[in-house]
Design a protein around this ligand. Structure first.
Ligand code: SAM
Length: 362
């Protein structure tokens, strides 16, 4: 992260305000909308009317409800404010471009990252401004900083987003205690890679990512950590160029929902190719259950946040995709991103976190 930026109190205050609004949306608006929906269900049941059994049916039920409209509008526009408002992330980091150039160069020169100047991004990746981030996380030199700062408030209930990544790291290591080599696909600016390379000094860790600006920031942070056991590489997760059969763990965090299903299939095939016999593939992502209201919320989030591949991931045949890649058994487990979020009474909005786990036969 950018440690040497001059302080801008207006920017900090503006971003704190957006975060406070997002917390209200998470803790108050979401439970209120859920209660409204439950009331509707109760009156339908009492009247002997059919209950909604699909996202479209929930949409129809809530279409004219002011709270549902406010909920959706607030989510979309808070995200827009966060990135593009007067003190949004994009104008803020653009204004500090010169200050950041040296840090980025230090990342590029660290010897920890292999960049490909002629790299051609996949079409699906450049077609959308993901997260409502103008230009996406790849097209501007300072995009990695924008993403790093933005990611701190993506899951607003968590005190420090890093905790989520540490909790996931522990889940991975519970299944593969001391891997010799581990690859983190779609590593972004290195947040998901860092707990592995700092916690496992004997493990050779590789981070794969499309975005050069994110990779430079990841390398810069690793250099500051004085890490010797990590390398970052600009490549597609579906075609990493890494040697076959050499990794004990292939992992990703929040990668699969950013890809169309065909690309997920190819990434699973690549994961299988990279793994040594007996190695484990474990992806952390978002999968809802069949509850129509939870799906309606998740699919709405996908639209409002410019993340079009969340519904296709949710609906694709993941077991079949793993089988076709060569994996024999697939396990999908809920992931508790902070204590208590899987408890039945947990009422606030959260992502439907899930771990997607498979092994290459020994
Ligand atoms: C939501 S971010 C998660 C980043 C990181 N894993 C984390 O947890 O902070 C998803 C990342 O996947 C990258 N990505 C998307 N498609 C990819 C692909 N085909 N190959 C490699 N990286 C990809 C994006 O550039 C983005 O940085």
């Amino acid at each position: 992260m950018a440690k040497h930026l001059s302080v801008d109190r207006r920017f900090d205050a503006y971003q704190d305000f957006v975060l406070a609004c997002k917390l209200t949306w998470t803790r108050e608006l979401y439970p209120a909308l859920h209660a409204r929906y439950d009331d509707e269900l109760a009156s339908r049941r009492a009247a002997g009317e059919p209950l909604p059994n699909s996202v479209a049916a929930v949409e129809e039920l809530l279409a004219d409800d002011p709270l549902a409209q406010y909920f959706g509008w607030f989510e979309r526009h808070l995200q827009r404010m966060k990135y593009s408002g007067r003190h949004g992330l994009v104008p803020h980091f653009a204004a500090h471009r010169d200050e950041l150039a040296g840090e980025l160069q230090a990342g590029a020169d660290s010897g920890l990252v292999e960049l490909d100047p002629g790299f051609v991004q996949p079409d699906y990746y450049v077609a959308v401004d993901i997260h409502q981030h103008p230009g996406g996380v790849w097209s501007d030199e300072v995009a990695g900083y924008v993403y790093e700062r933005g990611a701190r408030t993506t899951t607003p209930l968590l005190d420090r987003d890093a905790d989520l990544h540490h909790r996931f790291t522990r889940e991975v290591l519970a299944r593969a205690p001391s891997p010799r080599r581990l690859v983190d696909l779609g590593c972004g600016f290195g947040k998901s890679t860092r707990p592995f390379y700092t916690g496992l000094r004997q493990t050779e860790v590789t981070g794969i990512e499309l975005s050069a600006p994110c990779l430079k920031l990841a390398a810069r942070t690793a250099a500051e950590d004085q890490a010797r056991n990590v390398r970052f590489r600009q490549a597609d997760a579906a075609a990493t160029g890494l040697p076959a059969g050499t990794f004990d763990v292939v992992t990703s965090t929040m990668l699969l929902h950013e890809m169309p299903p065909g690309h997920i299939e190819r990434t699973l095939q690549e994961s299988f190719r990279l793994l040594a016999p007996g190695g484990i593939s474990i992806h952390l992502d978002f999968l809802t259950d069949d509850d129509p209201f939870r799906r309606y919320i998740h699919y709405g989030h996908s639209r409002r946040n410019n993340e079009p591949f969340m519904p296709p991931l949710n609906e694709m045949d993941l077991a079949g995709a793993h089988r076709r890649a060569g994996f024999t058994a697939l396990e999908v487990l809920p992931f508790e991103e902070m204590p208590g979020t899987l408890a039945p009474g947990f009422a606030a909005w959260r992502f439907p976190w899930a771990m997607i786990i498979a092994r290459k036969p020994a």
